[in-house]
Write a protein that binds this ligand. Structure first.
Ligand SMILES: Nc1ncnc2c1ncn2[C@@H]1O[C@H](COP(=O)(O)OP(=O)(O)OP(=O)(O)O)[C@@H](O)[C@H]1O
Length: 621
């Protein structure tokens, strides 16, 4: 019988890395020090997969992840877990179907299955990070406590597609994350040490001043470095439980190996690591302790990787000698194009057979025991134990978020410079048009009105449209950070607005100053000050209006489509073009109108315009 093993001694990859790492420094040596060589992992015909971690391998773990204190042991257990989403037509779609499992401290669990099997859905449900609109049935508990918001501080979650504020450097990102995530009792020195330690351990120290995304032509982080940075961000709080969604996707085999070795090291340290992974090589697979195979939202196998070969063989699925076993399992569990019905039947049969297998019964017993212990223990006491974490204070979060947004604004001086130049150019052009004409005489009254209109219009339309992209661009990261419990929506909003504030004052003041002075409007301090004050207010209202539309419609094209008829109607009725007092009164002549209800014609036309435009846009979209 064929099976997988690490090496002839049953000694895993980390141990094999030890000798080679002796000559290299911890900082830069990690890249070559901890690589597995293919000779370390071979197929053997012993009949049993004998990959064991007999030795705790603390030396190697320390080299990889430093001498941090052992994490709090975390046992995650889930029973009869089903996940549904509500579709647009109101129907429920089941993505995960009645699955149960357990992940214990010090184990690295592989969650595998064909694309669309429900791996990410299951993992987000276990991590208490499911997107809104998801309906979860069943039980999930960590260390005997049903999962809840505490999962944000007790667990780390590495997403499949990592999102960063691209303008920041590695060090800035980690420093800000440390301020937003770490316990508020940690001293500044402790935080700095942690950030530096993680950068060294994850080979990011050399790139600490490199921008994550950078501008054209600047050096930016590689795919592997980005993944390691995401990993470092999660390790800041030393979570006992780590979820990793396809951490190796997009990496070459060497970078994937390094990252998986780090995850292995985390597990050896005592963490519980659950990781979805797509078709890992035999070398990578050898790093996992447990394998969970999902298909069509159901468990097709759960247990030691060795057992999977035996289980599939017992069903008549003999893995060809030339095949990587994990590739073979996925092939068996994937839908075959053209014969989906037969594939579904075969998958159902595998899942049904696993449900009544000895491995499943053993697993059930373990799970029941965990829940039984949970029922018999004082949950309040457990909660108190879990609640040792003190989150950063509100003002700390706001301050560091403001710092982050200010960095984004000033990081791209070219844009700021061009914006200021543009403002000055428009102000000069407008002002020059009114030189010598904007006098407070009967002849000059139209020009004064024109100059004032330019001041108001420039402080309304361009700022209103310039913020439309802001929220839709930030939504993905905002959602993720809200889900991770880093801050709340009001904290985000306050920080965003505070960061915008300098621009909200400087820009209108500068513009008004130039137009006012060049056009030669009334030269008293009071008149000038009052005009600047009104421009600032107008600009703030415009920004608020733009923000509202960008939040309400979620995408820039949609927000523009709704905003144009809205601001057009407001402009028409602003009093400059039509005096409201001269507008006709519309009197409704039907029954209810006879009671004397009157409507302003302009207001009606705005509403009707808006509805027409909205209808047209919705039809187009
Ligand atoms: N909000 C949703 N509405 C409808 N279907 C959804 C929704 N979210 C996920 N699905 C469907 O649920 C199934 C499982 O999705 P999930 O992302 O968990 O799969 P996965 O196993 O992680 O796949 P992959 O390996 O490709 O990332 C997929 O068929 C997906 O299309």
């Amino acid at each position: 019988m064929r099976s997988l093993s690490n090496d002839n001694n049953g000694t895993p990859s980390l141990a094999s890395a030890k000798s080679s790492s002796k000559n290299s420094s911890t900082v830069d040596g990690m890249d070559d020090a901890h690589e597995l060589v293919s000779a370390d992992i071979i197929y053997v015909d012993s009949g049993i997969i004998s990959r064991k971690y007999d030795e705790p391998l603390f030396d190697e773990v320390e080299e990889l992840l430093g001498a941090s204190p052992a994490p709090r042991p975390c046992t995650l257990v889930w029973r009869d877990l089903s996940v549904h989403v509500k579709l647009k037509d109101g129907k429920l779609k089941r993505l995960v179907n009645n699955v149960s499992g357990i992940a214990k401290p010090g184990t690295l669990v592989a969650l595998m299955g064909p694309s669309g099997a429900g791996k990410t859905t299951l993992m987000t449900a276990l991590a208490h990070r499911s997107p809104g609109g998801t309906i979860i049935d069943g039980e999930v508990a960590m260390n005997g406590v049903p999962v809840g918001d505490f999962m944000h501080r007790e667990s780390g979650y590495m997403h499949q597609d990592e999102l960063f504020v691209e303008n920041l450097t590695v060090m800035e990102h980690l420093t800000i994350m440390a301020r937003l995530r770490m316990d508020r009792r940690t001293t500044p020195l402790g935080r700095r040490r942690k950030v530096n330690q993680l950068m060294r351990q994850l080979s990011l120290y050399g790139a600490r001043h490199t921008r994550i995304g950078g501008l054209d032509g600047q050096k930016t982080l590689s795919g592997g470095e980005r993944k390691r940075l995401a990993f470092a961000s999660e390790l800041l709080i030393d979570p006992g439980l780590l979820f990793c969604d396809e951490p190796t996707t997009g990496l070459d085999s060497s970078s994937a190996q390094k990252l998986m070795t780090l995850l292995r090291a985390s597990a050896v340290q005592g963490k519980t690591v659950i990781c979805t992974i797509h078709q890992p090589s035999s070398e990578l697979m050898a790093l996992f302790d447990k394998l969970v195979l999902l298909a069509e939202g159901r468990v097709a196998f759960a247990g030691n990787a060795s057992g999977a070969l035996d289980f599939f063989e017992s069903l008549g699925y003999q893995c060809p000698i030339t095949y990587n076993p994990t590739d073979y399992f996925i092939k068996v569990l994937a839908l075959t194009p053209g014969s989906e019905g037969a594939s579904r039947q075969a998958i159902k049969s595998v899942c049904d057979r696993f449900a009544v297998s000895d491995a499943a019964k053993e697993l059930d017993m373990e799970i029941h025991l965990e829940f039984h212990l949970m029922d018999n223990e004082d949950q309040d006491l457990r909660r108190v134990k879990n609640n040792n974490y003190k989150p950063p204070l509100l003002h700390t979060k706001i301050t560091w978020l403001v710092y982050r947004y200010l960095l984004i604004i000033i990081r791209d001086p070219r844009v700021q410079f061009v914006r200021i130049l543009q403002k000055l150019a428009i102000a000069l052009t407008a002002g020059l048009c009114f030189i010598g004409t904007a006098r407070l005489t009967q002849a000059g009254i139209q020009d004064v009105q024109g100059a004032l209109f330019i001041i108001i219009a420039e402080n309304t339309f361009s700022p209103m449209y310039s913020v439309l992209h802001m929220f839709p661009e930030e939504f993905p990261m905002l959602h993720r950070e809200l889900k991770a419990g880093l801050y709340s929506t009001p904290v985000y909003y306050v920080a965003r607005m505070v960061a915008l504030f300098p621009g909200l004052v400087v820009e209108p003041a500068l513009f008004t100053l130039v137009v006012y002075w060049v056009a030669g409007l009334r030269g008293t301090l009071y008149a000038f000050g009052f005009t600047v004050f009104l421009s600032i207010l107008v600009l703030n209202v415009a920004i608020a209006c733009g923000s509202f539309f960008s939040c309400a419609f979620g995408s820039m094209p949609l927000a523009i489509a709704y905003l144009v008829p809205f601001d057009y109607s407001l402009m028409m009725t602003s009093g400059l073009f039509i005096k409201l007092s001269t507008e006709k009164i519309y009197r409704d002549t039907n029954t209810t109108a006879q009671q004397g209800r009157t409507y302003n014609l302009a207001a009606l036309s705005i509403i009707s315009d808006l509805f027409q435009a909205t209808k047209g846009i919705q039809e187009t979209l």
